[in-house]
Ligand binder design. Structure first.
Ligand code: ADP
Ligand code: MG
Length: 343
């Protein structure tokens, strides 16, 4: 008998989004992508499209105010949105900020928040054009929306992957998840002991330049940024592309710091890498024939290393192959706001 789905917790974040995504488009002309990718894609206008994305940061869900400098919080609120523009291969242009602020909230913190936001906007040439301000009865809410642009024929969607494509990521994974454990006090470690893990969590660098170079090369078939966790975000690519994936455990990029951290505190670095979120690296699929050119191009453009971690497969499962050849099926639940008790 079907269960009565009554609360958002029963449904989960991703099913909820799926459930509301019908009946949303009334003027389909000029909508290249609605709900279901890192950005909405609108156009074309001449040979370009507009990219639009928005992300919400909620106190005590996404950040703990007294453990994160407000300036870094402002940087991150902008960076995570730029990351979604990067994931489509676009250039961010304009930004809107909406805040819900508790009564008696210190102005000093709000000013530092804006310093951080403006700093990242300056670095990426993004204009802050507006927003909204409200009182809040329960903590600080920060919503940022960004408009970007891209050449129509260069946009990379989640839906472009095909079986046989190689899967790449642009940098080490799992560091932000380790930083979160430290920040939440789940591990007996001081914030100052692991600065690079805390930095990975609180000051992610959006891969805008890398995303542009990848899109321009024409060598990739799909792209997403890693915000929910490798398995969840690869799951989004697989769902949109109606495919599965095979990840090779030994190819997962683990930083030396993460390995030392995991050893010292008896943590599973592979687990942090697979399920931990907020890496804000890009995950790219590349037709196998384009692989060598893609790797060469990445190196030549000075983008640093790119890591091949597996391939897209037929079917709908995501499997992880261990070094001894045995494998396990990963079920695709990364970070879901309503499926995991308090991030
Ligand atoms: P990302 O992690 O890349 O920011 P999300 O998982 O937040 O992406 O969102 C996936 C898709 O669902 C996006 O197209 C986003 O715009 C859309 N979406 C998320 N929440 C809502 C909502 N409450 N109403 C409408 N669309 C939503
Ligand atoms: Mg995204």
């Amino acid at each position: 008998m079907e269960r009565d789905l009554e609360t958002i917790e029963d449904l989960g974040e991703f099913e909820f989004i799926r459930s509301i995504s019908q009946g949303c488009i009334h003027g389909p002309e000029g909508i290249l992508q609605g709900i279901g990718d890192d950005c909405a894609v609108i156009g074309p206008f001449g040979d370009k499209v507009l990219l639009v994305t928005t992300d919400l940061l909620v106190e005590n869900v996404h950040f703990i105010l007294d453990r994160t400098p407000a300036r870094h919080l402002g940087e991150k609120a902008v960076a995570v949105n730029l990351s979604d523009i990067a994931a489509m291969g676009g250039v961010p242009r304009h930004l809107f900020v909406s805040l819900a602020i508790p009564h008696s909230f210190p102005l000093r913190i709000l000013n530092a928040l804006y310093e951080g936001m403006k700093e990242v906007c300056r670095a990426y040439g993004v204009n802050l054009l507006g927003g909204d301000t409200s009182a809040s009865l329960a903590g600080l809410f920060i919503n940022v929306a960004v408009i970007g642009e891209a050449m129509t024929d260069q946009v990379l969607y989640r839906k472009g992957a095909s079986p046989g494509d190689s899967i790449y990521v642009t940098g080490p994974l799992g560091e932000a998840a380790a930083g979160l454990k430290i920040l939440k006090g789940q591990i007996e470690a001081g914030l100052a002991d692991w600065p690079s893990l805390i930095k990975a969590l609180t000051r992610p660098r959006p891969q805008v330049e890398e995303g542009r170079i990848i899109a321009k090369s024409g060598l990739a078939s799909a792209m997403i940024d890693l915000s929910d966790g490798l398995v969840a975000d690869l799951g989004h690519i697989c769902e949109a592309s109606n495919s599965g994936a095979e990840i090779l455990e030994e190819c997962l990029p683990l930083s030396n710091t993460l390995i030392s951290f995991a050893k010292k505190y008896n943590q599973d670095p592979i687990g942090l890498c697979l399920w931990g979120g907020e890496d804000y690296q890009l995950l790219i699929t590349v037709p196998a024939a384009n692989g060598p050119a893609f790797e060469r191009m990445f190196k030549e453009k000075g983008c640093g290393p790119v890591y091949k971690i597996g391939k897209i497969t037929e079917g709908r499962r995501i499997r992880c192959v261990r070094p001894d050849g045995t494998e396990r099926v990963l079920h695709g639940v990364g970070f879901d706001h309503f499926k995991e008790a308090g991030q």
